[in-house]
Design a protein around this ligand. Structure first.
Ligand code: NAI
Length: 461
């Protein structure tokens, strides 16, 4: 038994960031993590390994489609799938070991094992019970199940199994055109799989600005990904390592079947709080399974929750921000998260990024707004790398010019979005961005041009 100021259950981006900040603020801190490595879903089987595979397969795409155009001739590379997976694992290992190093550096104790909360102020790990003034639930989420679909992580996989398939499938059916489905669908399409995405709604990426989503779908279709929209998957059957996916078209209730070597179920995630003992403790929950919180505090004294386990977008950076804010609160400071400025990024090629309101949300709220749009066709750098298809769209208040949202589809969109995030944090107007000198030639000039388009007009349009 040991006594801590804070024990955090879960070593993912929410938990480990919270722990490091708690320790930096002078609190005696421990993290309970049952995996062999720190970093949670994000580092082990989520954001990081998928980015390694996206990078590798984007490089392959470049070699196959663009090298010759640039005068780089010769045989294009062949794919050694085992080596690609080994590279991906090296990237993961480097990052998870990095968190272990940061724990040592900041004197955060790693309590190895799965934790539960037998009583307020206590955390049980294995046979040991530890005490803490504050306990933080940072246990994350798991893939949601779909009725009629049994996941075996071989033929029918979640995002976890999709990272370690034995071989590259000839055909892959992806259920759900959300972020996971499109990122992993892109990986396998570039590796030569015939990829079909079946989506319940009439558009891909629910919640995304509709104009961006339409453009995104067109670009992905050109890359060879097929879409069946407005289709509800009814079930998946498997036989001899092959699968049949049955779906019903919502418009006429007609049924169809798709054959596939592999099926990726990417229909969302749900909070993971199993085995913590929350029911016995009387912890209040939301209807959709999240822990109910107010400024991260649950209804049980000294018990807090952050990240995917609570309400809000299931994003690693949202969890990290909550982790930092809660650490400050626990140290007697004023921790705060601005939920109006949380970017979202899809790491396909091109990348898609957004922050703030979509046009649909502004219309629904009856807000008078103006749109500044700029195509990457007018951006020299984007043209040089064959990625001029996308655009930047900035939405600003019609009267005050204050930036309300930004939506980017194009090269490095996931990085470009942050200049708009910073601007929004400072309550900037589109003109503030437009008057800021941007280095030439950079992709970021497209952001400035979109801001200019909110005023007197873009230059290169
Ligand atoms: P999602 O919620 O983004 O998308 C799920 C899609 O499945 C929806 O479009 C939904 O309409 C569709 N769907 C649901 N039931 C269906 C059915 N029976 N038939 C056909 N379609 C159906 O979920 P996803 O992609 O699994 O991601 C889970 C979470 O992980 C999300 O919160 C996402 O933001 C996060 N994530 C974020 C990443 C990033 O930021 N780059 C990367 C990967 C995941």
């Amino acid at each position: 038994m040991a006594n801590f100021d804070v024990i955090i259950i879960g070593g993912g981006p929410g938990g480990y960031v919270c722990a490091i900040r708690c320790a930096q603020l002078g609190l005696k801190t421990a993290v309970v993590e049952g995996r062999e490595t720190l970093g949670g879903t994000c580092l082990n089987v989520g954001c990081i390994p998928s980015k390694a595979l996206l990078h590798a397969t984007h490089s392959l795409h470049e070699a196959e489609h663009n090298f010759a155009k640039m005068g780089l001739k010769g045989k294009s590379p062949s794919v050694d799938w085992d080596q690609m997976k080994a590279y991906k694992q090296e990237v993961v290992d480097g990052n998870t070991k990095g968190i272990e190093f940061l724990f040592k550096k900041n004197k955060v104790t790693w309590l190895k094992g799965w934790g539960s909360i037998p009583a307020a102020g206590q955390v049980k790990v294995g046979d040991e019970v530890h005490e803490a003034k504050s306990i933080v639930i940072a246990t994350g989420s798991e893939a949601a199940s779909l009725p009629g679909v049994e996941v075996d992580e071989k033929t029918v996989v979640t995002s976890t199994g999709a990272l370690t398939l034995n071989k590259i499938p000839k055909s892959l059916v992806v259920i759900g055109a959300g972020v996971i489905g499109l990122e992993m669908g892109s990986v396998y399409a570039r590796l030569g799989s015939e990829v079909t995405v079946v989506e319940y709604l009439e558009a891909i990426t629910p919640g995304m600005d509709a104009e961006v989503a339409r453009s995104f779908q067109k670009i992905l279709a050109k890359q060879g990904i097929k879409f069946v929209l407005g289709a509800a998957v009814q079930g998946v059957t498997t036989k001899g390592g092959k699968a049949k996916v049955t779906y019903k078209l919502r418009k006429d209730e007609s049924e169809a079947v798709l054959d596939a070597d592999c099926v990726l179920v990417a229909t969302g995630r749900k909070p993971y709080v199993d085995g913590l003992g929350l029911e016995a403790l009387g912890v209040e929950m939301e209807k959709r399974g999240q822990v109910k919180t107010h400024h991260f505090a649950t209804n049980v004294k000294g018990l807090y929750a952050i990240g995917d386990a609570i309400v809000g977008p299931m994003l690693a950076h949202k969890a990290e921000d909550e982790g930092m804010a809660l650490a400050e609160i626990l140290a007697g400071k004023a921790g705060h998260v601005n939920y109006d400025v949380i970017p979202g990024v899809v790491y396909t090629t091109p990348e898609v990024a957004s922050v703030g309101k979509t046009e649909e949300q502004l219309k629904e709220a009856g807000r008078a707004y103006k749109v500044g749009k700029f195509s990457f066709m007018g951006n020299a750098r984007a043209k040089a790398i064959f990625q001029a298809e996308g655009f930047v769209k900035i939405l600003a208040d019609k009267e005050t010019d204050r930036i309300l949202g930004a939506h980017i589809i194009g090269p490095m969109a996931g990085d470009l979005i942050h200049e708009v995030c910073v601007a929004m944090e400072f309550g900037a107007s589109a003109q503030d961005l437009a008057l800021t000198c941007h280095a030439h030639p950079t992709y970021s000039e497209a952001v400035r041009e979109a801001a200019l388009a909110c005023g007197d007009g873009a230059i290169h349009a």
